[in-house]
Design a protein around this ligand. Structure first.
Ligand code: NAP
Ligand code: MG
Length: 484
């Protein structure tokens, strides 16, 4: 085997993104009925910058009464929005998409400050994809009869939408765009630690002239989310978050006539065959697990390498992760930003300890970490098997569990041996292997010779404990409509 030589002695100069163009208020109220209104709860909480753990702004903490007010505003708006000429609905949504593009730089910086993700990712992935979701669904607004021929699609009513902290603006776009394109109105709650870009989106929506009450954005923690789930005048719940909370939601909605979609956790298998292009596969492994600090539901957090190439892949992977830069999310050189919260860092560290205790062999990059803030170096675990906790449970951080396999049957069985079924990756030169795996892997999305590719026209969602329903594409539209 040839030895790999990487010059690790040089460093990049700092290349900080400017923050002079962003406008943030010290305090954010609730966006209800097209206005920012003080919470009836009279309570606020702080949103922190995870790279420093300093407060950025105060955010309103909505209680049951605030949610009731938001639902009433959405219900009132539904009467006219659902009857508006769909072509006009489409125009508003196109306008929102274009305005996101115009303000993309501001959104990208705020996303990185509030959530910790590298500016390269917010700038090149999160914000453009959020705009794309609005563009795509704007196009469908007046074509629903063609999308579902002879079915007379009509909107459901008021949608309650709850989203997590890993892709704050993008998840808001995934939820709002299809709902309003189909003629529904919404009450959306972003995650407690990353509400700022949703609130900036509220400002943008206000500027866009969208009729008041079509989109309401309410902030708060889990209790606020539960108030949305349990409100009697909501017709549909769309939830993205953990399997644990997804199960709670499903329990509380059992027997109640509310349409539900759940996008939950995952433990994606990334499978490298001996005939794969090894260098590309190594890049794919890095992207699959270290993108967005590994805070990705469809992360390739379980790596399976065919035994004959395991040594070379692992050696190349170790070398590659030693070049990853962990640090300031606003630095354009940063590959891995800040862990989203102190709590999430503790969870990741707990899993690393469990991995070691259960006999896993740990390899961590020796990269330097900033003094303040929440950081975790890229971490690999070798010598683990199917029964290890870190192979079974979602960690939601930059930690990869590595196993090997000999045959295609073996790897299919191992990959499917998990309660989740969200995503998988396959790296091989053989089309026949790709077809077999895409058929036999129990995962909502299987990427071949790539990973973490998203497009608004492509449905996304899971099997088993990864949830039910799909977002994106025609499948996503369908869950915001009823048919006569
Ligand atoms: P989480 O704790 O389940 O929270 C998700 C959202 O639900 C947040 O807005 C949260 O509010 C709220 N919430 C908490 N308790 C609630 C309750 N009892 N009733 C209603 N809402 C409640 O998940 P997370 O830690 O934010 O996100 C990470 C999880 O999301 C991971 O498991 C990941 O795999 C999953 N995820 C899935 C997808 C997908 O498409 N399948 C995409 C992204 C993430 P607060 O945060 O304010 O407490
Ligand atoms: Mg924050």
């Amino acid at each position: 085997m040839s030895k790999i030589n990487i010059n690790k002695s040089w460093k990049y100069d700092e290349s900080l993104e400017s923050t002079s163009h962003i406008k943030l208020k010290d305090k954010y109220d609730l966006f209800i009925g097209g206005e920012f209104v003080k919470p009836l709860s009279k309570k606020y909480f702080n949103t922190l910058n995870p790279a420093t753990n300093q407060s950025i702004a105060e955010i309103a903490d909505a209680n049951d009464k605030d949610i009731d007010k938001a639902v009433k505003s959405a219900r009132k708006a539904f009467n006219s929005w659902s009857k508006l000429d769909p072509k006009e609905r489409g125009k508003y949504i196109f306008r929102i998409a274009r305005m996101i593009q115009e303000r993309a730089k501001e959104f990208a910086v705020i996303e990185s400050i509030d959530g910790g993700k590298p500016i390269r990712e917010s700038r090149d992935i999160d914000i453009p994809l959020a705009a794309n979701h609005f563009f795509y669904h704007a196009g469908w607004a007046d074509k629903l009869e063609y999308a579902f021929p002879n079915k007379k699609p009509t909107p459901l009513g008021v949608a309650g939408q709850i989203i997590p902290w890993n892709f704050p603006l993008l998840m808001a776009a995934w939820k709002i765009a299809p709902a309003i394109a189909c003629g529904n109105t919404v009450v959306l709650k972003p995650a407690e630690s990353t509400s700022l870009t949703a609130l900036k989106l509220a400002e943008l929506i206000q500027d866009s002239g969208l009729p008041k009450g079509v989109v309401n954005i309410v902030t708060g923690a889990g209790k606020t989310g539960a108030a949305i789930v349990n409100h009697p005048d909501i017709n549909k719940i769309a939830f993205t978050g953990s399997t644990e909370v997804g199960k709670l939601i499903e329990r509380s909605l059992a027997g109640i006539e509310k349409k539900t979609t759940l996008e939950l956790g995952g433990k994606g298998a990334n499978i490298i065959f001996e005939d794969a292009a090894i260098d590309q596969a190594v890049e794919g492994i890095v992207n699959a697990i270290f993108f967005n600090q590994g805070h990705v539901c469809c992360a390739g957090s379980r790596l399976f390498i065919q035994e004959s190439v395991a040594d070379i892949v692992i050696e190349k992977l170790k070398d590659r992760i030693s070049t990853l830069i962990v640090g300031d999310p606003l630095d354009k050189n940063t590959d891995i930003g800040a862990i989203n919260s102190v709590e999430q860092l503790k969870t990741i560290e707990k899993y690393i300890e469990i991995g070691k205790k259960e006999g896993g062999e740990i390899y961590q990059s020796k990269c330097s970490l900033p003094k303040k803030g929440n950081w975790c170096p890229p971490t690999l675990f070798l010598n683990v098997s199917q029964s290890h906790t870190i192979v079974q449970e979602e960690i939601f951080g930059p930690v990869l569990a590595i196993q090997t396999f000999r045959t295609i049957d073996e790897v299919i069985e191992k990959a499917n041996n998990t309660p989740f079924g969200l995503s998988a990756g396959v790296w091989t030169e053989k089309g026949s292997k790709i077809f077999r795996l895409t058929k036999e892997l129990n995962a909502g999305v299987v990427w071949a010779n790539t990973y973490n590719k998203f497009d608004p026209s492509s449905p996304f969602g899971g099997f088993k404990e990864s949830g039910m329903g799909r977002e994106g594409g025609l499948h996503g539209l369908k869950s915001y409509l009823k048919f006569e």
